[in-house]
Design a protein around this ligand. Sequence first.
Ligand code: HSE
Length: 371
Amino acid sequence: MQQNSSLNIGIIGWRGLVGQVLIERFNQTKILSNETVYLFSTQVCDDITPPFIGTKAIQFGLSNDQSALAQCDILISCQGSEYTQRTLSNLRENGWSGYWLDAASHLRLNPEATLILDPINGATIKNAIINQQKTFVGPNCCTSLLLLALQGLYEQDIVKHVDTHTYQAISGAGTQQLKNYLTEVSTASKHIDINDLINSCCQLENPDNKSTLLNNVIPWIDVLCDEGVTKEELKFEQEATKLLATQTPISATCVRVNTLRCHSQSVTITLDNHYTLAQLKDWLSQGNDWVKLIEDTNPCELSPKYIANTLNIAVGRIRQDKHRSNVIHLFTIGDQLLWGAAEPLVRTCQMILKYQRQALGAKTDQVDWVK
Ligand code: HSE
């Protein structure tokens, strides 16, 4: 990579939900305005106008074209774990030494990969960049959203245990599931008659009894692992422990609901002691720039509709447990496509670009890292 020349940035899987939000954030932040952007997808699509503005040039490619991928200095993959599994090792074996940024879970616990959530582990990410590490992976959406919400408490080192119950948006299950759900809603709404409303629970049942999300919640996300815990539920503790670099006990129950973009969580936190609610709220609000404490007097603001398409991490319903003085409860909401997926990738890409532009040949403490 040359310090002043344009870099080649490849975005793989750019037409999916995460890819689209990633591009939207790159457009808003103008981080790639000096770079050449390659948009890779599984099918040829150079007849589509790319939703990209302000870059030096745009090229299209196929996501299985290894030689085109290898021309990129930074590849950002939103294509999923299977794709990562079959692509990255081939690229590396063939000598590609660029940066790989990934939204998928496959590499998250790999010791050679750095998990990226810079408000939480910014120093680790900077060290990894300075030390020429090349693999960076966004954490699980709910894990990121939970850690951002509780950052102020984790920083006080007062958290003993966290129990979370999630209400996860359909978009987390992928584009096809979102389309299926919207089709179901549209079909059902055409057939509903005022006389049927009283029986609407039955009317809306899917006739083949598949677990769709119309009139439903689904308490199974990802595969079932040992002892009745799902893979999605295991990720909290595994990834939080890696991100915070200390054993971080979290128990979870993950549930899919029919919201569109935001994952919500009902959280019970066991602290090492009793603290006043005023003190705890103060610490929570100081966690990072995105946490917004919602007072009970503004109930509408604590809803997925209100938070969707923003970087805000809403935290509300903060209350003491009635029976245990060292236990509190709260409710938190974040957009799973932004902080839950695209934003950590965008910000790490920005950090790498800043490092490349400013640190090569200069002192690393002069890097104007992302705030
Ligand atoms: N694992 C998440 C889900 C995807 O199933 O909702 C990321 O949001």
